[in-house]
Design a protein around this ligand. Structure first.
Ligand code: GLA
Length: 378
């Protein structure tokens, strides 16, 4: 991303120069809707994200300029100062969550921009939150550890943006490491970096963006989470993690058919993440791909977070002989993530574009995945 446009806008609005901070969006190879169930996820940070220029302004006000939206917001740091623009709430929320944790911060000026496509399931909002959480931590020497930075972003979503999300996106944005995926156990919060270089084994990872905008705010996302929590409670567990199909079948007559299907998906997904990690250790990409398709259809039929366009993209991938393809992220729109043999790549992309265009009147967008570093000063 060309950061000069941010520098120019910052100068134009605030007259001085500030310091630069960046945080990435993420992909997730497998492990969807498992984070808030205490399960495993397998994300990596990407080479697309948010960049902000920030300078302390000696007041108790934040003055923020969104370069992409060409919009300006000014707000104080007290609970009642919540800005009206939804984009500004992410920054406000991060400030408030830091203050609630005892962090002493004051006013600042900022201009920011990003190149993570909005609403594509690549966590543009987590990138924004971790940019500011990390920057304020450094600029005010708060000494907050990196897990807490991720939690600050997550609490921002819960308390200021209306999404009861798990920790995956913020974790990936903060902890990302070039060339590595991370398997995070969302119950113990232990994690492990996995070197990930599919090209070395003759595969490429590519995202196809249906350009159906997903909007998690006030969405069925929270309903999915509530279903899982109801089933966990009936099973006498804090989380669905660790539940088996036998256990689920044992309470089948005490839960709704819908909740049963949601839980069935989550239980299957737990095992798929572990299978994929084991398969990767053997460079068995065929198994990785199989599990990806299973996730897709589980998300489509049981968890019901797919849409027609994403099912179409996964089906075209399968017809083209793509090794693995599935919805990525929360669902309801956004991208599929595709694991494709290098020699098939060109023909797959050409076919997917043509078929999608014919059916929906526009092409999907194509993003090649580069696994990159997490939140940082630049
Ligand atoms: C969104 C949420 C994450 C996670 C995914 C689904 O991206 O922010 O916490 O639940 O959906 O895996």
């Amino acid at each position: 991303m060309d950061v000069r446009v941010i520098n120019d806008k910052f100068k134009e609005h605030f007259g001085v120069a500030g310091e630069m901070f960046a945080s990435p969006g993420r992909i997730n190879l497998i492990g969807e809707h498992t984070d808030y169930n205490g399960g495993f996820v397998f994300p990596g940070a990407i080479d697309k994200g948010m960049v902000a220029e920030i300078a302390l302004n000696g007041s108790d006000k934040v003055r923020a300029y969104s370069v992409d939206l060409n919009d300006y917001a000014e707000f104080g740091l007290n609970e009642e100062d919540v800005p009206t623009q939804s984009w500004a709430r992410y920054i406000f929320g991060v400030c408030r969550e830091i203050i609630k944790r005892g962090g002493k911060i004051a006013g600042f000026d900022t201009a920011f921009a990003g190149d993570v496509p909005l609403g594509a399931g690549m966590s543009s909002s987590a990138a924004l939150e971790s940019t500011f959480a990390n920057a304020l931590n450094e600029l005010f020497s708060l000494g907050i550890d990196r897990f807490e930075l991720a939690r600050i972003g997550q609490s921002t979503e819960h308390n200021y943006c209306g999404v009861k999300c798990g920790i995956m996106d913020q974790f990936a944005s903060v902890f990302g490491k070039a060339g590595h995926l991370m398997r995070l156990d969302c119950r113990s919060m232990e994690f492990e970096y996995f070197p990930f270089d599919p090209e070395q084994h003759g595969y490429k990872l590519v995202l196809l963006d249906s350009v159906v905008k997903h909007e998690l705010v006030g969405s069925p996302y929270n309903d999915r989470r509530a279903s899982c929590e109801r089933v966990a409670a009936i099973l006498g567990q804090e989380f669905l993690r660790g539940a088996t199909m036998e256990m689920l079948d044992g309470v089948k007559d005490k839960i709704s058919e819908e909740d049963y299907k949601r839980a069935r998906y989550v239980i299957g997904e737990e095992q798929r993440v572990l299978d994929v990690c084991e398969a990767l250790k053997r460079n068995d990409y065929v198994t990785v791909g199989k599990r990806m398709y299973e996730t897709h259809w589980g998300m489509s039929h049981d968890y019901e977070v797919s849409c027609e366009e994403l099912d179409f993209l996964a089906t075209v991938a399968q017809e083209c002989g793509v090794t693995g393809s599935r919805i990525m992220g929360g669902g309801f729109g956004g991208c599929t993530i595709n694991l494709v043999r290098s020699e098939l790549y060109d023909s797959f992309i050409t076919t997917a574009k043509a078929k999608f265009l014919q059916k929906y009147g526009h092409e999907p967008k194509v993003y090649n995945v580069v696994i990159s570093d997490g939140a940082r000063r630049i």
